[in-house]
Design a protein around this ligand. Structure first.
Ligand code: NAD
Length: 372
């Protein structure tokens, strides 16, 4: 072989080696670069997952309260009975934290020696707001409870809430059917009394929304009694029944001795059911229970769904008002009770209520059962 050909061959071999060396370096770089991209992507995904976890789950330190809050929101959503305004309110979202518990305790603590500690359900309502203010001014501890539903304009309920807040009465926003929330309240505060006024009121609305009467006046009442019976100490309970339980009874004037087994509306039927349910919880669990049969209440901050509001509006507009007669064409009369007298009755019932006798969810003796 000639000299020049040999030199060429050795050059080609060297070039080939050099090229293969370059290819190796290149592929290692590509490999390094792609593993860097993979590493960064994994890190990013992990960060996103951690972020999602942190947003969706409440802090572990307050897991119990968080669970209650979770359940609270869920029960609103699952019953679907109430307006979105009540379920998405700002105060319900802060339920369960340390600041919330502090407010609950402060509001429920009496400011006078041997003062009561009262949970007032329906505190944003007409009767509830007046009773709460009276008790607070007397030096008792008062914690309100209300779901602010839109049976009538919730703005009126918010205005009453603002009035109560000025007197340091806190209203917890929640539904009677929210067991975990009610239990949480009884865990935080050893209430001596419950003034139970939350209910679906009104007679005519039952034609539109009958289920709301069952949910609040029966299921909600049972839920409250379940929580109260298990509480230590068990509170004494004063609650609003209604004169409507007299139904088709024509004897006059009404007396507690009269029959109440002929309700003339679904509202009345649920209040009558409440009286029987109260009897059961008194009998089985030793809860002290007093039911009050209010007769149409009127006064400042009153309920705009009531006839005296319609009458007044029509009179102010120069319109005539409808006066109904009985089936046999007789004139009808109706008793009205001024709100201050209802407050006196409620507070009197609270002050004279005997203690419940049960503990640990068990009856330990005969307990007081009253109806007026
Ligand atoms: N006002 C009257 O003339 C009259 C007469 C007889 C009986 N009552 C009874 O007295 C009580 C108070 O009546 P009021 O006139 O103040 O009525 P209201 O409607 O003004 O007050 C009731 C309050 O309870 C709340 N509420 C209703 N369902 C609830 C639920 N499931 N969970 C939590 N809160 C709920 C409402 O938001 C409302 O603020 C009611 O039990 C009512 O049936 C009233």
């Amino acid at each position: 072989m000639p000299m020049s050909a040999t030199a060429d061959t050795s050059k080609t071999v060297k070039l080939e080696r050099y090229n293969s060396y370059l290819r190796k370096i290149h592929s290692t770089k590509v490999l390094n670069a792609s593993s860097k991209v993979l590493f960064r992507a994994t890190l990013l995904v992990a960060l996103v997952l951690v972020l999602l976890f942190a947003i969706n789950y409440p802090p572990l330190s307050d897991s119990r309260a968080a669970a209650a809050h979770h359940l609270h929101r869920r029960s609103f959503l699952s019953t679907g009975l109430f307006s979105s305004s009540s379920s998405s309110s700002s105060s319900s979202s802060s339920i369960g934290g340390a600041a919330w518990e502090k407010r609950v305790r402060q509001s429920s603590t009496a400011k006078r020696p041997r003062g009561l500690s009262v949970l007032v359900t329906g505190a944003a309502g007409f009767v509830g707001s007046h009773c709460s203010l009276y008790l607070r001014k007397r030096g008792d501890g008062v914690l309100g409870f209300d779901n602010f539903n839109d049976y009538y304009d919730p703005a009126l309920k918010r205005a009453r809430q603002a009035l109560l807040e000025k007197q340091q009465v806190f209203i917890v926003e929640g539904d009677l059917n929210d067991g975990p929330l009610l239990r949480k309240l009884f865990d935080v505060v050893p209430f001596t009394h419950v003034l139970h006024l939350a209910a679906q009121a009104g007679v005519r609305y039952a034609m539109k929304n009958p289920q709301s009467y069952i949910a609040s006046n029966i299921a909600g009442f049972v839920n409250l009694l379940e929580v109260a019976k298990a509480a230590n100490p068990q509170p004494a309970i004063v609650w609003a029944s209604s004169s409507s339980v007299y139904g088709l009874n024509t004897e006059n004037p009404f007396s507690e001795e009269h029959r109440t087994d002929q309700p003339a509306s679904l509202y009345a039927a649920t209040k009558k059911a409440g009286e029987e349910i109260a009897h059961t919880y008194n009998h089985i669990y030793g809860l002290s229970l007093t039911g009050l049969r209010f007769f149409t209440v009127y006064g400042p901050w009153g309920r705009p769904d009531m006839a005296y509001f319609f009458f007044t509006k029509d009179i102010l507009h120069g319109k005539s008002i409808d006066i109904y007669r009985t089936q046999d064409n007789q004139e009808v009369a109706r008793d009205f009770t001024y709100i201050d007298d209802i407050v006196k009755g409620c507070v009197g019932a609270l002050d004279t209520a005997e203690k419940s006798t049960g503990s640990g969810g068990k009856k330990r003796g005969q307990a007081q059962l009253r109806g007026f």
